[in-house]
Design a protein around this ligand. Structure first.
Ligand code: NAG
Ligand code: NAG
Ligand code: NAG
Length: 619
């Protein structure tokens, strides 16, 4: 008997020690099981002829629950069956009036509205791929994006009439068929589509029209945000779409959840993780034309939303609103997104009582993703043994001067030790393919790193700097473009921005480096917007910055903006700020510079400026 007890005690001790040593073992196991389940589903999809696409998944959902609400938009509700019928109309109309056939491409300039979803599904029904134009772009940039994908038609939302008219002559010259989502149109070369949809048959679309679609067929072209330079069209294949589509399932979204999507559908997060994920779960989507701080919680209450999709800025805007008694009156149990700062996360959770925050890392033009499945604060994810096998990746030494990886004497990249920050790269394999950018072989090549660890290997350069700790937790550090070098040190713009945003007068902040004649690297500058009726406090800001930042990281210049220019996904547009620099000729005041001698920021005059340029004032 005693021997038995002793054996039991020893066993439990071993167990305990094991869990102390590997506290995330169970998390890993659960996650690996889920991943394996999804992997086997995907293998089945791949074996099916023709390939089982998200569209087939949608049609199965229609079959299972035709009368379940699928899209709720403003005051309209569309059931799964109704969306199916509308997308049939789209398919028939475009097949007939635009002569679209399998393998053709159609570009959409459509905002978040039900038509977007009808088009997305309808185009798949006739075997076409979709190019998703950012609805904020205009003129030359719009043409550039349109041209990348060699689309045969352009379909625009009614509110983009003038944006389309601006480029219409150019489009007509190229023989592009242009449609506007309206009932009639009296502009030469611009056709209405809504009436054609209304007049089309809503019956099923023959499978033969998409019979040759395979897992390798392009499904969608999604543009990079273009915070610097012109946007690039990342190609996403039908097979690859499933990766993001399964995120909701991995995160534990259930069949009776209701998801709120305020993110633009022309980006991967909204379309693939949000909308397609909802199709895979067979749930109801509350679609919002545009994110609105004031309507967010009202919408969640009104529609019984249980899952919300976010990007970091959305959460920050919500946390910045005045507290209300109704803050916790809602049914939201989960938030899925990325870019959430640890302090905002805690504040959001405390204030609104949302338990599950599911942070992930992924890029539409990358070939790897991580999920925060253990709930470790600050980590975007964890690397487990399965992921190591499925996606071969590494963190390598990065040199901000050349904006590329460090190569050793043999020309190979250098892995960094655990705990240090390096550039994330992931090998291009069958499992982690990279389809590149449409119509842009140079950029596609630029995104690839060759001969990384051995002759002939090819990796995708994620452009993201990450750190991994000894337990395998991955921490996002910075975007490559978001680091600059000053006095031999790397300055991470997001870190500096985090510190400055703590000042209570500051609404939003963007940090970047600008060139200074006679100096290597870039000198730090911050552009701020202030909260209503608040002033910029020179002395206080100086003290704060001096307290919290090393000398090299303190912004030498601060300019105050009325509004911050943002991309469609709320990323700051830094290109024009960087171009303006601190030249008082180009910058509308107020602009300040850090004057060491007076231990304060002081308004920058022309005299100061000239003294700085001539080197009389030194940093
Ligand atoms: C699809 O495949 C069939 C049979 O292989 C072929 O006859 C047809 O032309 C193909 N369609 C397209 C649009 O390529
Ligand atoms: C939300 O839930 C409540 C209570 O469960 C129900 O009465 C109401 O009809 C629901 N609203 C919607 C839009 O589903
Ligand atoms: C990961 O999830 C946990 C719990 O949901 C959260 O505390 C943590 O902040 C998350 N990490 C990030 C980077 O959001």
């Amino acid at each position: 008997m005693e021997i038995l007890y002793a054996a039991l005690a020893t066993l439990s001790l071993i167990f305990m020690l094991f869990f102390v040593k590997f506290p995330y073992f169970l998390h890993d196991c659960v996650f690996v099981m889920k991943t394996l389940g999804i992997k086997s589903k995907r293998t089945k999809f791949r074996k099916r002829v023709p390939f089982y696409t998200v569209l087939d998944c949608f049609l199965d959902a229609v079959h299972r629950h035709p009368n379940k609400p699928f899209i709720i938009f403003e005051d309209d509700v569309y059931t799964y069956l109704q969306v199916d019928r509308w997308s049939n109309r789209v398919a028939h109309a475009l097949h007939k009036h635009a002569n679209l056939r399998e393998g053709d491409r159609a570009a959409l300039l459509v905002g978040n509205e039900p038509n977007f979803i009808f088009l997305w599904l309808g185009l798949m029904k006739i075997g076409c791929s979709t190019s998703l134009l950012n609805t904020n772009i205009r003129g030359k940039s719009l043409m550039h994006c349109f041209m990348c994908c060699e689309a045969k038609v352009l379909i625009a939302g009614a509110e983009y009439r003038s944006a389309v008219c601006e480029v219409l002559p150019e489009l007509r010259k190229r023989g592009v068929c242009v449609f506007l989502l309206c009932d009639n149109c009296d502009i030469d070369g611009l056709q209405s589509l809504k009436d054609k949809m209304d007049n089309s048959d809503d019956g099923p679309v023959s499978h033969t029209l998409r019979a040759n679609i395979t897992m390798r067929s392009p499904a969608v072209y999604i543009y990079t945000s273009g915070t610097t330079g012109l946007p690039k069209a990342g190609v996403t294949l039908h097979d690859r779409i499933w990766t993001g589509t399964f995120y909701q399932s991995l995160f534990g979204v259930k069949h009776d959840d209701v998801i709120y999507i305020p993110l633009p559908l022309y980006h991967a997060a909204g379309l693939i993780i949000g909308l397609n994920g909802a199709i895979e779960r067979g749930i109801t989507v509350v679609l919002r034309r545009k994110f609105s701080v004031s309507q967010f919680w009202n919408d969640c209450r009104k529609y019984n939303v249980t899952v919300i999709q976010y990007i970091g800025e959305i959460m920050r805007y919500l946390c910045n609103t005045p507290k209300r008694d109704t803050d916790r009156q809602h049914k939201v149990r989960m938030a899925i997104g990325n870019g959430l700062r640890a302090d905002v996360w805690q504040e959001f959770q405390r204030r609104f009582g949302v338990k599950n925050i599911k942070e992930f890392y992924a890029a539409s033009d990358g070939n790897i993703g991580f999920l925060n499945y253990t709930g470790k604060v600050g980590a975007v994810g964890k690397v487990n043994f399965l992921q190591k096998k499925l996606s071969v990746h590494a963190l390598i030494q990065y040199d901000p001067e050349i904006e590329g990886p460090v190569r050793d004497s043999r020309g190979r990249c250098v892995p960094i030790p655990t705990g240090e920050t390096g550039l994330l790269v992931c090998k291009i394999t069958e499992n982690t393919p990279f389809a590149g950018y449409a119509g842009n072989p140079e950029q596609t090549e630029k995104k690839k790193l060759r001969n990384v660890f051995e002759d002939g290997d090819v990796y995708v350069n994620s452009g993201d700097l990450m750190r991994m700790d000894h337990q395998g937790f991955i921490y996002f550090q910075d975007r490559v473009g978001d680091t600059f070098r000053w006095k031999g040190e790397n300055v991470a713009t997001t870190e500096v921005a985090d510190i400055i945003s703590v000042l209570d007068s500051v609404e939003d902040v963007s940090v970047y480096g600008v060139q200074l004649p006679g100096h290597e690297g870039r000198v730090g500058m911050a552009a701020l917007t202030l909260k209503e009726n608040r002033e910029f406090d020179c002395k206080k800001t100086f003290n704060h910055v001096a307290n919290f930042l090393p000398a090299y990281a303190r912004p030498r210049f601060i300019r105050i903006l009325r509004t911050m220019e943002l991309t469609g996904t709320f990323k700051q547009v830094k290109t024009s700020l960087m171009k303006d620099g601190f030249d008082p000729e180009r910058v509308t005041p107020p602009i300040y510079f850090l004057q060491e001698s007076s231990e304060s920021y002081v308004p920058l005059t022309h005299t100061h400026y000239n003294a700085i340029i001539s080197g009389e004032i030194r940093f």
